[in-house]
Design a protein around this ligand. Structure first.
Ligand code: SAM
Length: 275
């Protein structure tokens, strides 16, 4: 057929010929829009010789777009039913598919300069993003996520969607919104609008202290509550918390979501959570 691989007709035909139905619990929403595929590959930095990690190649449409730009693609796919599909759609391309759960993969083994490019399975977005952040070889992640997750990633303290995910992203680098993606760009269409975001990880900075990450997670647990309450609920002594806030120059009733990370760091230091 002369239709491109990502056209709805070809995608339906692939599924039918291989007797497959997209599995909702695996987040299988396949891209059927060429402009979006090109935009993701482009924004993700797919170029000759660049090591790229893709999570969930699915039918291989995005994989093809990335590999045909000369990138060295490693793709992790959990759904073994897709084996015959990928051997058909990726024929002749230099792609290594690893069959297994992306949650079990050793991200620390990735080579320096790795770029993640993926239409992520939405049910594990948060965990995967934190795995990428902690992998020293990964320099960027260009990912399709639910629009709301994209907003959370890019929010700053005091903004509407600010929370632990925002803090985590800010502690590792910068976030850029590339574009929104309507439901109709997928087959089947998901329930919500999506966004392509690009995270650039600053590998010149040391990785944040795990004890501080834990503290930030605690501090933002109920983000509309006061910082003081969040910290007290986590078992810290109320009086010590009160003094630490004062020493850090924060009001005792400051809301957790309004506190800049530098201030949280001072509170954590005063409380002896970090050095
Ligand atoms: N890349 C394809 C595309 O854009 O059309 C498919 C994207 S689809 C949103 C998510 C893909 O991730 C599916 O192929 C699904 O089987 C796969 N997947 C889901 N959970 C996974 C896991 N735990 N590990 C690896 N792959 C997974």
């Amino acid at each position: 057929s002369t239709l491109p691989l990502y056209s709805p007709t070809r995608v339906r035909d692939l599924l039918a010929r291989h007797g497959l139905k997209p599995t909702k619990s695996l987040g299988q929403n396949f891209l059927i829009d060429g402009n979006i595929l090109r935009a993701i590959a482009e924004a993700g930095g797919a170029a000759p010789g660049v090591p790229v990690l893709e999570i969930g190649p699915g039918l291989g449409v995005l994989t093809r777009e990335i590999a045909s730009r000369g990138a060295q693609v490693t793709a992790l796919e959990k759904d073994e039913r897709l084996r015959p599909v990928l051997s058909e759609t990726l024929a002749g391309l230099d792609v290594r598919v690893i069959w297994g759960d992306a949650l079990d993969f050793d991200y620390a083994s990735l080579p320096e300069g790795t770029r993640v490019i993926a239409n992520l399975p939405y049910y594990i977005t948060g965990v995967l993003l934190s795995r990428f952040m902690h992998a020293p070889g990964v320099v960027s992640a260009t990912v399709l996520v639910q629009k709301e997750v994209g907003q959370r990633l890019a929010s700053r303290p005091g903004e509407d969607n600010y929370g632990f995910l925002s803090a985590l992203a800010a502690l590792h680098g910068t976030v850029r919104h590339i574009r929104d993606v309507p439901k109709g760009a997928f087959l089947p269409a998901p329930d919500v609008t999506s966004s392509v975001v690009r995270l650039d990880f600053d590998r010149t900075r040391p990785l944040p202290d795990p004890a501080f990450l834990k503290f930030v997670e605690t501090a933002l647990h109920h983000r509309r509550k006061t910082l003081r309450n969040n910290l007290r609920l986590s078992g810290l002594d109320g009086e010590a918390v009160g003094e630490a806030l004062q020493e850090a120059g924060l009001r005792s009733d400051v809301r957790a979501e309004d506190v800049p990370l530098a201030d949280l760091q001072r509170v954590a230091a005063v409380l002896g959570v970090i050095r």
